[in-house]
Design a protein around this ligand. Structure first.
Ligand code: GDP
Ligand code: MN
Length: 384
C-alpha cells in the first residue's frame, strides 16, 4: 500500500526524523492561508507517483496570492509524471511546505533485501530527480548496506553513507539518528520501502527530508489499522477496490482478455499461456479455493465491467473449488448482466461434468475448451 508524501512525512516526524512543516490543502483558499505562514513556500501535488517535480507538480511560490493562483492551476488537473501510467494522476490535494535553501541533495532509503532475508540501506550522494538515471549509468554511485532486522540499525553501518555524503561530525550524528528512525519505522510498521529523495543539506548545514515515500506490505496491514486508515481511495483502481471488498484477489492489467481462474498459481499460468500465444490478459483474478456461487458472480461482474475486456477466459481446475459452483456463478452473472463478449470456458477436475451440464443447460453461448492451451488460443482468437 502506498500513502501520500504528507502522510509519510507525518509518520517520519513521529519517529523523530527532521521533516519540514507543512499543511495539506484541497482548495486555492486553503493554499493561500497556508502560504501566509511562510515567506516563500513550495506547493506539492499529492499523488501516488514520483517524478512530480519534472511533471510540473512541485512549484515554488513567493506570496499567498501566487499560492492561490498556482493552486488554482494544479487542483482538479492531471499531471503526467513518467512513473505514472498514460492517464496521469488527478491532483486533488496539495502540500504547502516551507521552501528550503538547498546546498546538496542526497538519496537515502531503507528497503527489503530478499537475498539476505533482511533489509538494506540504499544511498547515493547524487540524489534528487535524476536518481533513476544515476542507477542506470553510474551504479557505482549507489551504496547498499545490509541491516539485520534482529538488531536494527547499528551506527557503523551508516559510516560509509556519511563519508560518501561528505558530512561533518555533527551532521553524521544527525544521519545516524535519521537512519535509526527509518529502520525503526520500516520494522515496526511492516514497510516495504522508506525513501527520502531528496534528503538535503540545508544552507545552514542541517539534514532535512524534503520528500518522503513510504510503502507498506499489504499482507501485514491487518496488524496496523492506523496505517490501513491512511489509504486514499481516490488513488486506487476502482475495480481493484470492488474486488477487495468482495475478498477477491484481483489485479487490473492493460490487456483485452478477462481471466477468471481459481488459485494464484493457475491464474499466473493462465496469464503466461495467454502471453506465450501472443495474447494479453486484462487482469489477474484468483477467485480462491472456497468461493461461493455468489463470490464467483461478483468476480464475473468485475471482469465484465472492464471496458477493455473483449473476451473472457474462465479457466478452472476444480479441487476444493467445485466446477459446478463456478458454473452456477457464471450463469447467474451472465443472466443478470448479459454478456456482450465471447466466453471461453475450460473446466477440469471436481464436478467438471456437473459444471459443464449447468453451462449447457443455461442456453448461454459458450465456447468450450478441452485444454488450457486450447482455451487460451480460442480466447485470443475471440478477442481479436
Ligand atoms: P518528486 O519529483 O515527485 O520526487 O518530488 P520532490 O519532492 O522530490 O521534489 C522535486 C525536486 O524539487 C526536489 O528534488 C528539489 O530539487 C525540489 N524541491 C522540492 N522542495 C524544495 C524546497 O523546499 N526547496 C528547494 N530549493 N527545492 C525544492
Ligand atoms: Mn522526490
Amino acid at each position: 500500500m502506498k500513502i501520500h508524501e504528507y502522510q509519510a512525512k507525518e509518520l517520519l516526524r513521529e519517529y523523530g526524523a527532521p521533516v519540514p512543516g507543512g499543511y495539506m490543502v484541497t482548495t486555492p483558499e486553503g493554499a493561500k492561508e497556508a502560504a501566509e505562514h511562510y515567506e516563500t513556500c513550495v506547493l506539492k501535488a499529492q499523488v501516488h507517483s514520483g517524478g512530480r517535480g519534472k511533471a510540473g507538480g512541485v512549484k515554488l511560490v513567493h506570496s499567498p496570492a501566487e499560492a492561490f493562483s498556482c493552486a488554482e492551476n494544479l487542483l482538479g488537473k492531471r499531471i503526467y509524471p513518467h512513473q505514472a501510467g498514460p492517464d496521469g494522476k488527478l491532483v486533488s490535494k496539495l502540500l504547502v511546505t516551507e521552501a528550503v535553501d538547498v546546498q546538496k541533495e542526497f538519496y537515502l532509503a531503507v528497503t527489503g533485501d530478499m537475498e539476505n532475508a533482511g533489509l538494506v540501506i540504499v544511498s547515493s550522494a547524487e540524489g534528487g530527480v535524476e536518481i533513476e538515471e544515476t542507477a542506470k549509468t553510474r551504479p557505482e554511485a549507489i551504496l547498499t548496506i545490509p541491516v539485520s532486522p534482529m538488531t536494527g540499525y547499528r551506527t557503523y553501518e551508516g559510516l560509509p553513507v556519511a563519508a560518501s555524503f561528505g558530512l561533518d561530525a555533527a551532521q553524521t550524528k544527525e544521519l545516524h539518528a535519521l537512519l535509526r528512525s527509518m529502520v525503526r519505522l520500516y520494522l515496526e510498521k511492516d514497510c516495504s520501502l522508506v525513501e527520502i529523495n531528496p534528503l538535503v543539506l540545508t544552507k545552514e548545514g542541517k539534514l532535512l527530508c524534503l520528500d518522503a515515500k513510504v510503502n507498506f506490505d499489504d499482507n501485514a496491514l491487518y496488524r496496523h489499522p492506523e496505517i490501513a486508515d491512511l489509504k486514499d481511495p481516490a488513488e486506487e483502481d476502482p475495480m481493484e477496490l470492488r474486488a477487495q471488498a468482495q475478498g477477491l484477489s484481483y489485479v487490473h492489467l492493460s490487456g483485452n482478455i478477462g481471466c477468471l481462474v481459481n488459485g494464484a498459481g493457475l491464474a499466473m499460468a493462465t496469464m503466461d499461456i495467454l502471453s506465450a500465444y501472443g495474447g494479453s490478459p486484462a487482469n489477474f483474478l484468483d477467485v480462491g479455493g472456497s468461493a461461493t456461487a455468489q463470490k464467483v458472480k461478483a468476480a464475473f461482474e468485475i471482469v465484465l465491467s472492464d471496458p477493455g475486456v473483449k473476451a473472457i477466459f474462465v479457466n478452472i481446475f476444480g479441487g476444493i473449488m467445485k466446477c459446478d459452483i463456478i458454473a452456477e456463478g457464471v450463469v447467474e452473472a451472465a443472466r443478470e448482466l448479459g454478456i456482450s463478449v465471447p466466453l471461453i470456458v475450460r473446466l477440469e477436475g471436481t464436478n467438471a461434468d456437473k459444471g459443464k451440464e449447468i453451462l449447457r443447460a443455461s442456453g448461454l453461448s459458450i465456447i468450450a475448451a478441452g485444454s488450457m492451451a486450447e482455451g487460451a488460443k480460442l480466447a485470443i482468437g475471440a478477442a481479436k
